[in-house]
Design a protein around this ligand. Structure first.
Ligand SMILES: C[S@@+](CC[C@H](N)C(=O)[O-])C[C@H]1O[C@@H](n2cnc3c(N)ncnc32)[C@H](O)[C@@H]1O
Length: 246
């Protein structure tokens, strides 16, 4: 079973691929879509959950999603048809760093996808290129809640603490107009759901040739989370506007 298939099973009960609950996603989208007729771009959209929720809530919004995963984009397209929003959603299978558009966007989303650009500030630089005057960005990325172990840095990457993360964003010419730090309940719900869904699939498919590999993956990933980063890793999502004169 490849990474894409494992990811699809792991996220079966938590379609937002980031540690945010539905109310947090709704609140951030509300702040990102103050008019209700915006053109929205999601860089690293995965299965398009943020876009689908924006389209379902705001009948005048139009959206485009960019991802390299054919499987994830196929699921996004299927869900859009089921919701009846497919005429307002365009999906692009292309690396987000190569995506070009003839028109700018009023809202650029990138949640849990900053690795596509090599980090937070390069992601914001890309978002800036796509942003219409007066537009907003919703960005979500990790930070260290407490000093990490070397193993945690190896596993998740090199983040800063929350204050330093926001300082860097402000120094880059952005003003946060809303923010959400994922709660312990949201962080835990995300991990339990991912590794629990994988384990359940394996237990429900004992005759499948991939069953033991999937169960082992679920056990390893749950253990890595509990032993290596549960106490130190956090996740922050921000709604940003350009700072005047920057
Ligand atoms: C953790 S998921 C987040 C998905 C979505 N933003 C969400 O919150 O549900 C990260 C996504 O980034 C995508 N990705 C990774 N590298 C990429 C790249 N270079 N260009 C576009 N998408 C990329 C992956 O395929 C995956 O769907």
């Amino acid at each position: 079973m490849n990474r894409e298939q494992i990811s699809a099973i792991a996220h079966a009960d938590h379609p937002i691929k980031a540690p945010l609950d539905d109310a947090s996603v709704r609140r951030l989208l509300e702040r990102g879509l103050p008019r209700g007729d915006e053109r929205v771009l999601d860089l690293g959209c995965g299965t398009g959950e943020w876009l689908l929720r924006a389209l379902a809530a705001k009948p005048l919004v139009r959206a485009e999603g960019v991802d390299i995963s054919e499987e994830a984009l196929a699921l996004a397209g299927k869900a859009a048809r089921e919701l009846g929003v497919e005429d307002r959603l365009t999906l692009h299978k292309t690396p987000a760093e190569d995506f070009a558009s003839p028109h700018p966007f009023d809202l650029v989303l990138s949640v849990g996808s900053t690795h596509a650009f090599g980090g937070l500030l390069p992601t914001l630089a890309a978002a800036r290129e796509h942003l219409a005057p007066g537009g907003r960005v919703v960005i979500g990325d990790g930070f260290w809640e407490h000093a990490p172990s070397p193993e945690a840095v190896d596993m998740l990457g090199d983040f800063a603490d929350l204050a330093t993360t926001v300082d860097r964003i402000v120094a880059d010419g952005w003003t946060p107009v809303e923010g959400h730090v994922s709660t312990r309940a949201e962080l835990d719900a995300y991990e339990w759901s991912n590794w629990g869904s994988l384990a359940s699939w394996a237990l429900d498919h004992p005759a499948d040739p991939d069953s033991s590999q999937v169960l082992e993956t679920a056990n390893i990933r749950r253990s890595e989370w509990l032993h290596t980063y549960r106490e130190t890793w956090g996740f922050v999502s921000l709604v940003l506007r350009r700072t005047p004169g920057r």
